[in-house]
Ligand binder design. Structure first.
Ligand code: DX5
Ligand code: ZN
Length: 214
């Protein structure tokens, strides 16, 4: 059970300090890249990721909520992000892009919005190291977890079995919802406001992990 704090809920003017606050508690850091096109919000891109890579030893998990990830995703892996996830809805060549990410030394992740069916992707699972089931509509932190996504999490867990493909959930993960996501089969949990909105982010991570472990 791994907890990845989302830096979207941290202070963007102090990213290095915000990373340091969770060191030794966060498994990895989740970085939300948004382009005002795939989602109606804009965050940060490659230059900021490159700077953050120099400022922390915690591995970075880049979640690309962008159009044309086939073109842009590889540069995040080449920069040193240890995992790069792009959206199935935005990719025209997901297998090729996953291969490029792996060749650059990163884990390759595929993300699905709440209404995107997983069945067409099940045959592609061996191409990926991570499947991200969005448990909110992407674009903003602080939204409410959608219980409607739980059956999809269960189906993906069934398809993965015990292969080393991480099943990640992102959106609305809190002390109240993480247990349901874990029970459905998720094993990597992104949490933004539940971590950086807490008075002690490191303690919040430990608590979330303890609940996920049941
Ligand atoms: C939203 C992002 C999430 C976001 C989650 O599109 O993908 O990673 O930071 O925020 P919370 O945990 O507050 O729902
Ligand atoms: Zn995210």
């Amino acid at each position: 059970m791994q907890i990845f704090p989302s830096m979207l809920a941290s202070d963007f003017a102090r990213l290095a300090d915000e990373a340091a606050r969770v060191e030794g508690h966060a498994d990895w850091l989740h970085i939300d890249v948004m382009d005002y096109r795939f989602v109606p919000n804009l965050t940060l891109g490659l230059p900021v990721v490159e700077s953050l890579l120099k400022a922390t030893t915690i591995p970075l998990d880049c979640h690309l909520m962008i159009e044309d990830p086939d073109r842009w995703a590889p540069s995040y892996a080449e920069a040193g992000a240890r995992s790069v996830t792009f959206h199935a809805e935005a990719s025209k060549a997901p297998i090729r892009t996953a291969r490029t990410l792996r060749a650059a030394g990163a884990r390759a992740g595929i993300a699905l919005n709440p209404t995107t069916p997983v069945e067409p992707l099940l045959d592609l699972l061996p191409s990926f190291d991570l499947v991200l089931i969005m448990t909110i509509e992407p674009g903003f932190g602080g939204q409410v977890f959608m219980d409607e996504t739980l059956p999809k999490i269960r189906r993906v867990r069934e398809a993965i079995g015990d292969r080393d493909i991480w099943l990640q959930v992102d959106g609305g993960i809190t002390n109240d919802t993480i247990g349901r996501a874990a029970e459905a089969g998720a094993n990597v949990f992104v949490a933004g406001s539940a971590v950086y909105g807490a008075p002690d982010p490191a303690a919040a991570i430990d608590r979330l992990r303890a609940i996920a472990q049941g």
